[in-house]
Design a protein around this ligand. Structure first.
Ligand code: PMP
Length: 415
């Protein structure tokens, strides 16, 4: 459960110790992991400051590295047209809208962004939140209640789990992408609940694989449920034009009840959105706590997202480049015998190392060779599934991938 690590293990009755933060079990766990890593001679790979735009290349500690740890999928961060959009919006509106949109925080660019998002999907309307995480928390928290059921993929992002928990609905996970298990859960439980929501992602950032959307749509129709798709890693990425899972699976926008996405990845900004039918969007606009009780999106964040969306539509070659280089990466990795799990070879390619220690060691060796990639270790994934996660961008070059493969192969053999 999202809160299980928060349960106190201190039964000593010593209430004074409970007022100290260093007795928190979750703090003790972090400390143990850090100390263990130190003893094994591993550098801490977390919170490393990047000293400029993090694209296919980044700068850390004064060194330039090939970078596979950012979600800058279309290479738009730092694009001067997007920077200019931010500067212009700031010149007009300043750095904040100073209130929730319902009160006095509404600006024309907010509606412009939401219209552009809704049109990109072919939906009635959209609503933009100040963070992608808050979007999932508030949407699930608002729409679902104690008489309802949320069924989600076991690899669903934390934001949806927290939203589900906030809603008070019953929450059951099904094995990753397993529609047969979902079907039997629906057969067993559907009748006992009022509303049922199935929550999946458009492209899973852990494995780089996609759900069988047609099978999910079929199930949600048969069992009278809602289907929500989180497109954080699929909008701007999947489909020839980057229109996401809808384009990849060739379905209509209205086949999915709730499309969710973030502005922080392919759209080079910050924030999240929901797009769908008018009643859904109006409900969230008037009631979702993370929208209603939070400041509107800042101008210098809103305008770049509008511009990024325009560029995405005008320059589909970015999406094509992303697809080509990702496929190149996957093919090369497979050719040298690496385990890339179920990755379909679009934007995300994991390399499974089989142990947390090996993942950390290989990442450290690569870092020394000028390659930045994050290890994903237990407990984020089961120990056997520890991995390095490579995020590609449209701006990566084949020579960078070749260099990476050469070093990755020897690091995997030596670690
Ligand atoms: N959903 C998914 C699937 C994500 O991966 C993330 C962030 N990595 C979010 C939601 C939250 O988005 P943001 O970082 O833009 O708040």
């Amino acid at each position: 459960s999202p809160s299980s690590s928060k349960r106190s293990s201190d039964n000593s009755g010593d209430k004074a110790s409970l007022t100290r933060f260093d007795t928190l079990p979750q703090y003790q766990q972090i400390t143990m992991i850090r100390e263990g890593a130190q003893q094994l001679g591993l550098d801490d790979p977390f919170f490393r400051p990047h000293e400029g735009v993090a694209g296919a290349i980044t700068r850390i500690g004064g060194r330039e590295l090939i970078n596979y740890s950012s979600y800058n999928y279309l290479g738009l961060v730092g694009d001067e047209r997007i920077n200019a959009a931010a500067t212009d919006a700031m010149a007009t509106y300043g750095t904040t809208v100073s209130a929730s949109r319902i009160v006095s925080g509404e600006r024309p660019i907010h509606r412009q962004l939401e219209r552009a998002i809704a049109d990109s999907y072919g939906c009635d309307d959209a609503v933009a939140f100040v963070s992608g995480h808050a979007t999932n928390v508030s949407t699930l928290g608002e729409l679902m209640g104690p008489r309802d059921l949320i069924l989600h993929d076991e690899w669903m992002h934390n934001s949806a789990l927290v939203g589900a928990q906030l809603s008070g609905a019953k929450r059951i996970s099904f094995p990753h992408n397993d529609t047969a298990s979902l079907a039997s859960l629906l057969e067993r439980h559907r009748e006992q609940f009022e509303r049922v929501m199935i929550v999946i992602e458009g492209l899973y950032s852990m494995d780089g694989d996609v759900p069988d959307l047609h099978a999910f749509i079929d199930l949600k129709r048969r069992h009278q449920c809602w289907l929500m798709v989180d497109e954080a890693h699929s909008f701007g990425i999947l489909g020839q034009r980057g229109l996401g899972l809808r384009e990849h699976a060739q379905v209509n926008a209205s086949d999915v009840d709730i499309w969710m996405g973030t502005l922080s990845k392919s759209l080079a900004s910050c924030g999240g959105y929901i797009t769908g039918c008018q009643a859904l969007v109006d409900t969230l606009r008037y009631l979702a706590p993370g929208f209603l009780y939070s400041v509107g999106l800042p101008p210098q964040v809103t305008a770049p997202a509008i511009r990024a969306l325009e560029i995405m539509h005008e320059e589909p070659e970015r999406v094509a480049r992303l697809h080509n280089i990702s496929r190149y990466f996957l093919d090369k990795a497979k050719a040298i015998g690496l385990d890339t799990g179920n990755s379909i070879g679009v934007a995300v390619v994991p390399v499974i190392t089989g142990s947390s220690l090996k993942a950390a060691r290989v990442a450290q060796t690569l870092f020394a060779s000028g390659i930045n990639v994050q290890p994903i270790v237990y407990p984020a994934v089961p120990e056997r599934a520890a991995r390095l996660r490579f995020f590609l961008s449209s701006e990566h070059q084949q020579a960078q991938v070749d260099y990476t493969m050469q070093h990755l192969q020897s690091a995997m053999q030596q670690s």
